[in-house]
Ligand binder design. Structure first.
Ligand code: 16G
Ligand code: MG
Length: 533
């Protein structure tokens, strides 16, 4: 195969640092200064992915989500708006680690040959970025990659991660009967706002909410959307300095609120009023409020999952169409939420490994699959066959018609490609409005078991291998038995250990019936991970 035109010349502009890269659950993510060569090479890889998929459009998002401002990252989005197929994560990793132009060219040739990719077709790739300072420089590196690969490209500028997922799906379904919508930001706002109005159908109360936008891209985007929903929602955005990227995620945002279990800076709360926090690229949301006694109350991904599951379950029964509804969680879900879903709501619950793609795939097995990580990543997936059945069903009562219409509108309101802070916000507000629930009504469905998430630095985190959706360790040998022995001593005790996929640490989760006991359990398990000094 002839060498790629310009590869040698343009590679010189993007030399690889002496770092080992790995395409993990969130793509490549590290200090922005180190990412130039990787992003240049992602340009080649994304083009090949599109060519392999016979010219379907793929997307590249440049973001490091909730990480500090000096970090950045990149991920490739598949044509239906799903995460990059797992084999390609390995190809991406090998491209990123090629130590010379020659090696990169060889890897490229090998991939083309192995997968019989027709590089005669141009490949179509779209791209976007969050509000980070390093964004434009890294976009330029990506564009150099496209100059080499000759892809047809379109720059969507500063967008939320879920907006880019939405747009890529729209582009790939444009001419088909299951067209997902207009492939523009405007199309996104119109689709969501129209669906919201349909879901509300007659409930005229305008909901007012304050949103902590983490000083990221979600702020201006939710303000834009709110223009389409005047009279339905009133949004006040704080931590909205997206044009000062050094403030991104600083003492604010969904990750801060969830891990610190406290108010973000910039919010002076009114008691019993609902607030929400987005993360830096607005694919994640948590809610919170302050009760009459001024206690901070977090409404995290587990609370969102239970709220949605109960609402959708009722609609499913009323629609009388007959399909399965299930919830997908990870081991980090609070034990009380799982118990509430199983014993009170009586819906099936599945547990998967951490990372959106695992939950997403599991949720696809249900007629309606609700999935949320405790940290606020999540959405609700509707099986396309269910949509067809709902549309075609013979209706015997106005109540049934209403339930069917609501479910269909909800399938448009809820982003079907990936968890989306903006779409999830509208979903939660719609449910609270229809149920006429206050934040404390929502919170009182179940009480979280006190829990502690700690991290432990170890010499080599790769020796920590898990099974049973990360709930049990198989390596190092013998360690799980020791954990079991400790857990037994704690009422409602639960604890598990897994290596982080995004940081060089091992995480320890522990829960029990009181804060003191949860802390003690976490401490005892953490001590097992470190050999005595
Ligand atoms: C990534 C994942 C997120 C997961 C987190 C776990 C995506 C888009 N993001 O941010 O779902 O909760 O990693 O981090 O999949 P950890 O491995 O460091 O605990
Ligand atoms: Mg994010």
């Amino acid at each position: 195969m002839a060498p790629l035109k310009n590869l040698a010349q343009l590679s010189l502009r993007h030399p690889k640092p002496k770092v080992v890269f790995s395409y993990g659950t969130a793509g490549f993510r590290t200090k922005a200064d180190l990412l130039d060569s990787t992003i240049f090479r992602v340009g080649l890889l994304a083009t090949l992915r599109s060519q392999y998929l016979r010219n379907r459009v793929v997307a590249v998002m440049i973001t490091a989500s909730h990480n500090p401002p000096e970090d950045n990252g990149v991920k490739v989005v598949d044509p239906e708006g799903e995460m990059l197929e797992a084999h390609w994560e390995t190809y991406a990793t090998s491209f990123a680690n090629a130590s010379s132009v020659e090696e990169l060219q060889t890897l490229y040739n090998q991939l083309v040959e192995k997968l019989e990719i027709d590089t005669g077709i141009p490949g179509r790739v779209i791209y976007g970025r969050d509000s980070r300072e390093s964004g434009p420089r890294l976009v330029a590196a990506l564009e150099d990659g496209f100059k080499v690969s000759g892809a047809e490209v379109a720059d969507y500028g500063v967008v939320t991660t879920p907006q880019l997922h939405y747009i890529v799906r729209c582009l790939n379904t444009k001419e088909s009967s299951d067209s997902y919508g207009e492939p523009t930001e405007l199309g996104y706002y119109e689709k969501l706002s129209e669906a919201y109005k349909k879901v509300l159908n007659g409930y005229s109360k305008a909901y007012s909410i304050t949103i902590d936008a983490a000083n990221g891209v979600g702020g201006p985007k939710i303000e834009e959307l709110a223009k389409y929903l005047e009279g339905f929602i009133s949004v006040k955005v704080v931590n909205n300095k997206y044009d000062q990227p050094q403030l991104l995620n600083s003492n604010c945002g969904a990750d801060y609120v969830k891990t610190q279990q406290k108010l973000p800076s910039g919010i002076e709360p009114e008691n019993l009023k609902l607030y929400a926090s987005f993360d830096g690229d607005a694919d994640r949301i948590v809610f919170f409020f302050v009760d009459e006694e001024n206690n901070f109350k977090l409404l995290d991904g587990d609370k969102i999952a239970t709220l949605c599951a109960s609402f959708l379950h009722d609609l499913a029964v009323q629609s009388d169409v007959g399909f399965s509804l299930g919830v997908v969680q990870t081991a980090y879900a609070n034990g009380s939420s799982t118990e509430y879903l199983t014993n009170t709501l009586k819906v099936p619950v599945e547990c998967t490994a951490t990372g959106v793609k695992h939950l997403h795939h599991a949720a696809q097995h249900f007629g309606i699959g609700v999935y949320f990580e405790a940290n606020g990543h999540g959405t609700v997936l509707f099986d396309p066959n269910i949509i067809g059945t709902l549309k075609a069903s013979k209706v015997s009562s106005p109540a049934q018609q209403l339930a069917i219409d609501s479910l269909l509108a909800l399938s448009d309101l809820i982003n079907q490609t990936v968890g989306d802070a903006i779409s999830d916000l509208l979903l939660v507000i719609a449910i609270l409005t229809i149920k006429d629930w206050s934040p404390s009504d929502w919170d009182s469905c179940y009480t979280d078991l006190p829990n502690r998430l700690s991290k432990v630095e170890v010499k080599d985190r790769t020796i920590f291998k898990t099974t049973d959706a990360e709930r049990r360790l198989v390596s190092p040998p013998g360690l799980q038995n020791k954990i079991d022995d400790i857990v037994k001593q704690f009422p409602k005790g639960r604890s598990f250990v897994r290596a982080s996929g995004t940081e060089n640490v091992v995480r320890v989760y522990a829960e029990s019936t009181s804060r003191v006991l949860a802390d003690e359990l976490a401490l005892k398990v953490s001590r097992l991970l470190k050999p005595p000094q």
